[in-house]
Design a binder for this molecule. Structure first.
Ligand SMILES: Cc1cc2nc3c(=O)[nH]c(=O)nc-3n(C[C@H](O)[C@H](O)[C@H](O)COP(=O)(O)OP(=O)(O)OC[C@H]3O[C@@H](n4cnc5c(N)ncnc54)[C@H](O)[C@@H]3O)c2cc1C
Length: 404
């Protein structure tokens, strides 16, 4: 699509997907002819994978975030703070703060909404449970953790049926175990782990290398009883209940919820499916609208298998950055009139904090069968995870979108 006038590209969302897409588009397209605008409800980019460290009191929200406006303005990208309420795919406009912003190309990267309504008691703002799924929820979890340390008791940690972001539940369980041992208080806190996964380490991707064997051994060694294919059905102030009748005493429950798409997607006719996820092709282009792309958690995906209790396919930050870079390349090709680069299947790389060490896991492609899957454990991965968080933040702030 060759154009003589300025092409207007609007990016919705300022996290892994939106910020990567905006910076990558700016790198690929000259400033004179392309206007890039990023709309975000949040004024900061937050390195979400570090939220468990905030919940444990090791870091503050300021340590893991930066201001979007200064990052974007230095690259000539306009920042519009505010909550988009509707996308009109016919008029090609986004409604935000009483204004209609026109676009030629739109990238939707609005992430998730925690579907806390799925299980009574999922919290923190809808029920007594705690959560790590967003900065405000994590700050609440951190305050509750401080209070819990003064008056410890049983804990239940895990994920609800249909969850897709399962890694943080494991990380939190290991970090809690480690923190309590260091205080000589582990004997006061029976920890139970519950997960909808058919086996530990399934992660919604059918397992990763020897993750199952490793996690089973680790939980056994740390005296953390675990229940797989567990369907959490209710959380109260003092218990976590399963659909099969099991009930566990708990005075601090952290259960990862299933996710839904952002409200702006559900409330914009034709943009998403009923759960609020956006259907895309292999290039992350909307299946109906050629000029609309979607990346990250907002993308509709199918589960890799059908276990007895549903587990959904995860979209990690690492995968989100791959999607955003691919979508930016496709938009640049649409504008310049070139061919789309052949799609590369997503791969995943992540480092799980175990408290005293960390586990590096890699699966390529993420959906089995795979060419490669590996796992390695050691203290060096904990240092690597800490260093990478700082490195990623500094790269993103200055518009570099390199990915290991
Ligand atoms: C506790 C935790 C730990 C994690 N650990 C890892 C890890 O170790 N490695 C890894 O790769 N991934 C990890 N992830 C996953 C990773 O954080 C997500 O994949 C990533 O945040 C997805 O990015 P996104 O841009 O799709 O959406 P999000 O990060 O959810 O961001 C959505 C953006 O859209 C904006 N937005 C939403 N609605 C609107 C609206 N209506 N108008 C304007 N703006 C809007 C929001 O303000 C936000 O900027 C973790 C996730 C959690 C919760």
């Amino acid at each position: 699509m060759g154009r003589t006038t300025r092409t207007r590209i609007v990016v919705l969302g300022g996290s892994f997907g939106g910020l990567t897409a905006a910076h990558e588009l700016r790198r690929l397209l000259p400033r004179e002819q392309r206007e890039i605008t990023l709309i975000s409800r949040d004024r900061s980019f937050v390195f979400i994978p570090s939220l468990p460290w905030v919940a444990m009191g090791h870091q503050t929200m300021d340590d893991i975030s930066f201001d979007l406006d200064s990052s974007l303005s230095s690259k000539g990208i306009e920042f519009v703070p505010g909550e988009a309420t509707a996308v009109d795919t016919q008029a090609r406009t986004v409604a935000v703060g009483g204004k209609e912003i026109e676009y030629d190309f739109l990238v939707v990267a609005t992430g998730h909404r925690s579907a806390n309504e799925a299980v009574p008691g999922l919290g923190p703002f809808d029920g007594p449970g705690h959560s790590l799924m967003s900065p405000p929820e994590t700050e609440e979890a951190a305050e509750a953790w401080k209070r819990f340390l003064d008056d410890p008791g049983p804990m239940v940690i895990g994920s609800a049926p249909g969850a897709s972001c399962l890694g943080p539940a494991y990380e939190f369980a290991f970090e809690v175990d480690h923190a309590l041992r260091r205080r000589n208080a582990r004997h006061l806190v029976p920890i139970t782990f519950v997960t909808p996964e058919p086996v530990l380490g399934h992660f919604g991707v059918g397992g990763m290398g020897r993750a199952r064997q490793f996690l089973e051994g680790e939980f056994e060694e740390r005296d953390i009883p675990y229940h797989t294919s567990a369907a959490v059905s209710k959380i109260t102030d003092s218990s976590v209940e399963l659909a099969d009748g099991h009930s566990f005493e708990s005075c601090y429950s952290l259960i990862i919820p299933p996710l839904a798409g952002a409200r702006v997607v559900t409330e914009s006719p034709g943009l998403g499916n009923p759960k609020g996820f956006v259907p895309v092709d292999d290039y992350y282009r909307h299946t109906e609208f050629d000029n609309v792309y979607a990346v990250g958690v907002t993308v509709a995906t199918s589960p890799v298998d059908q276990p007895p209790v549903p587990v959904n396919f995860p979209k990690t930050g690492h995968m989100t950055v791959q999607m955003a870079k691919a979508a930016a390349r496709s938009i640049a090709a649409d504008i310049r009139g070139g061919e789309h680069a052949a799609p590369r299947p997503l791969f995943v790389r992540c480092v799980m904090d175990l408290g005293d060490r960390a586990a590096h896991m890699m699966a390529d492609p993420v959906r089995p069968p795979r060419n490669r899957a590996s796992m390695s454990v050691g203290r060096r991965w904990l240092w690597a995870k800490r260093a990478y968080a700082r490195y990623f933040l500094s790269n993103m702030r200055s518009g570099r979108t390199w990915l290991p």
